[in-house]
Write a protein that binds this ligand. Structure first.
Ligand code: GDP
Ligand code: GDP
Length: 462
């Protein structure tokens, strides 16, 4: 979880200018392309040693449509609620206006912290407006000139504490994730839902770093014309689904606007940004992570893989350009070693070696997707789980905690997608992390839950 920052303010204060400066040319290219309507832009920003996700709520102002005003408000609100901190931008040359005050009042109703940024502060023309902006009651303004790149050090200093906080929260969250996840009611009758979802199209995404061969692969899988003639992206910038069928199962290729744009301009845009990859993952159920056979599981690959796992999606690894590999046994061993050391949290991730260029093994991808989707949806009956638990406890009791043994009373699987298990224990403090990990590994092995994230939560039982 990196820090997320939203830029908020009325039109023309310089939000886009700041956005472009922080994100750099990656997104600026998108901006130059006509016909791309969007409510907001997101990008991976850097400011000195800070990296964060930034959301710009500009873009809609230039579109003329009667319902747009409310939609713009909605978008601003959504961006604001997603953000860890908001930059409320005003134009120091005009000073605070009634519209700015209106924004500030609205901001006050929410809990997201706000940093006031007075833009266009270069030269003397901004001085009085800068002073007036104290009256907005948002504390000391950060004087900035987005256009001239002045005041970025002040902006850095203002954002720094939030970045530190986000880092701290992320590590805390990772530790707590297994325990504090909110579970649906055990008796929620989810079985029926399972059937419904199992018969719906599988949402599949193809992700990976630039040049591993995603476009070639997708075009080969679908036929290129289909990708290019997919339904238009709505103004909400939702993902596009490109349908097709394999072995009587329906699939939807999850295609974000970014992916489609990329295919349309054939290489003009370098790659999906990290934010777009994350969005794509959000919209999918199974994610095929494409690797380049010449350079498997390097740092960026691992970042994406961990993101997929954290989001609880089913994952398969597609090693592309296998036609270039001469010693395939050695290459596969190397890959499995790397998976064991760098992705230990999910064992048994399916690996498919393919060549998008020659078309070799491409249908194996879809077979692997079908398999892993089934595991992702698998539900182990409660009676079976509790028989298993008895057996486990005979072999490996939980450790003593201050002289007392924590009793595990009961286990259920309240949730699938990904498989999630609840252990009911006698002691509110729960089980030591190491024992939870042991249970998790044992569940995976004994119920063959290979290749999917698996969650175990501990609750105090009745
Ligand atoms: P947005 O509507 O908030 O996204 O504003 P833009 O980023 O599109 O900027 C609106 C106008 O203000 C553009 O003409 C920019 O060139 C200009 N602008 C942006 N930042 C500055 C600045 O720091 N100083 C001055 N003088 N103009 C700026
Ligand atoms: P993307 O950035 O991940 O979408 O990658 P592209 O599909 O644009 O492919 C990047 C480069 O790798 C192109 O030059 C492709 O021709 C090449 N390429 C893609 N798949 C294969 C493959 O299976 N074998 C070989 N040898 N080259 C491939």
């Amino acid at each position: 979880m990196t820090l997320t920052v939203a830029i908020i303010g009325r039109p023309n204060v310089g939000k886009s200018t700041l956005f472009n400066r922080l994100v750099g040319k990656r997104v600026a290219i998108v901006d130059d392309m006509p016909g791309v309507t969007r409510d907001r832009r997101e990008g991976d920003a850097t400011l000195s040693d800070l990296s964060f996700r930034i959301i710009d709520t500009a873009g809609l102002e230039n579109v003329h449509d009667s319902s747009l005003e409310s939609r713009m408000r909605e978008q601003t609100e959504a961006a604001f609620l997603e953000a860890d901190v908001a930059l409320m931008m005003i134009d120091a040359r005009t000073g605070p206006t009634p519209v700015d005050e209106h924004f500030v009042q609205w901001l006050r109703r929410h809990k997201t912290p706000v940093i006031l940024v007075a833009n266009k502060c270069e030269g003397a023309a901004g001085q009085s407006g800068l002073l007036e902006s104290y009256a907005l009651g948002l504390g000391e303004p950060v004087p900035l000139s987005a256009e001239h790149g002045q005041g970025l050090v002040d902006l850095y200093n203002a954002l720094r504490p939030y970045a530190d906080l986000a880092k701290e929260q992320a590590s805390w969250k990772r530790k707590q994730q297994q325990r504090t996840e909110i579970l649906p009611n055990v008796d929620s009758g989810e079985e029926g839902d399972d059937d419904r979802i199992l018969n719906r199209p599988i949402q599949l995404a193809v992700v990976g770093r630039p040049n591993v061969g995603k476009s070639t692969l997708i075009n080969k899988l679908l036929g290129s014309e289909r990708l290019l003639t997919g339904p238009e992206a709505g103004i909400t910038r939702d993902a596009i689904m490109v349908p097709w069928t394999y072995k009587e199962r329906e699939f939807n290729l999850v295609d974000t606007a970014g992916l489609r744009r990329r295919a349309n301009v054939s290489g003009k845009i370098e790659a999906l940004s990290g934010a777009e990859t994350r969005r794509t993952i959000d919209f999918s159920q199974v994610v095929a992570l494409v690797l380049d056979a010449n350079d498997m599981l390097e740092k960026q690959d691992l970042t994406i893989a961990r993101n997929i796992i954290e989001e609880g999606r089913a994952l398969i690894i597609v090693v592309n350009k296998w036609d270039l590999i001469t010693n395939s046994k050695e290459a596969l061993n190397k890959l499995h070693d790397r998976m064991q050391t760098s992705l230990p949290q999910v064992r048994g991730i399916p690996v498919v070696t393919v060549s998008a260029k020659t078309g070799k093994n491409l249908d194996k991808i879809l077979d692997a997707v079908l398999d892993v989707f089934e595991v992702w949806n698998r539900r182990v009956p409660t009676a079976k789980l509790n028989r298993w638990l008895e057996h486990i406890l005979e072999h490996h009791q939980p450790p003593l905690i201050s002289g007392r043994r924590i009793k595990i009373k009961y286990i259920t699987q309240p949730k699938t997608r990904p498989p999630t298990f609840a252990l009911f224990v006698s002691h509110a403090k729960g089980l030591p992390e190491s024992y939870v990990r042991y249970m998790s590994n044992a569940l995976r092995e004994d119920f063959e839950l290979w290749g999917v994230p698996l969650r175990v939560v501990v609750r105090k039982g009745k």
